[in-house]
Write a new protein. Structure first.
Length: 202
């Protein structure tokens, strides 16, 4: 959010202060995000987009890459297999060799989610995952997110305005109104909170 900055708050990741970490260091700690607006490489295939998402896991050096050693080939094959597995989990493996620019918006959102998942995150941050989706796509995405949480033992942080979606997938909810926290609790507690009702639920 623009013009809203931390004052005395600090962030800990695995017990380490993380306010000043660079983006790459955050990623290397297993903190991965998706974007509110789809940010795919539209003229690369879906599978290639997912391979880009695995760059932090591919540890070979530039010389091995140039020589295309046996180790490099094996790692790249493993990366491709993992990408296909994630796509299958999300039910979009049939689009692996398509270009995102030709895909429906709901599928593009799932591809972006898949790209985040292939990096093997510890914490996955989803920024407005239901934005721009119709009701059917939103319900399907909610079910997929719940499946992913269990399958990959993920901590998922969701930033979202779609209250039914939030109540469906979240164990704990923090509600902000104009940058100020007005409530925190379980979905049932949030639904009955008077401040939340006035601000969001009507």
């Amino acid at each position: 959010m623009s013009h809203i900055y931390m004052s005395h708050i600090y962030i800990l990741i695995d017990g380490e202060e993380a306010n000043s970490l660079k983006s790459q260091d955050v990623i290397n700690k297993g903190i991965v995000r998706t974007f509110q607006n789809v940010e795919l490489f539209k003229h690369m295939t879906v599978i290639d987009n997912l391979l880009v998402g695995q760059h932090r896991l591919l540890t070979y050096n530039i010389f091995s890459s140039l020589l295309l050693t046996k180790k490099v080939k094996q790692k790249e094959n493993d990366a491709k297999m993992r990408a296909l597995e994630i796509l299958k989990t999300l039910g979009i493996d049939g689009y692996a060799y398509c270009y995102p620019i030709n895909l429906p918006y709901g599928i593009q959102k799932k591809v972006e989610l898949a790209r985040a998942l292939v990096s093997n995150p510890k914490i996955l941050i989803l920024d407005e995952p239901a934005a721009g989706m119709n009701d059917t796509e939103t319900i399907d995405l909610a079910e997929k997110i719940k499946e992913l949480k269990e399958k990959f033992n993920l901590t998922i942080i969701v930033i979202e305005h779609h209250m039914p979606f939030v109540m469906n997938i979240c164990d704990r909810v923090v509600v902000l109104n104009f940058g100020k926290k007005i409530a925190e609790g379980t979905p049932d507690e949030i639904k009955s909170n008077q401040q939340v009702i006035e601000a969001y639920l009507g």
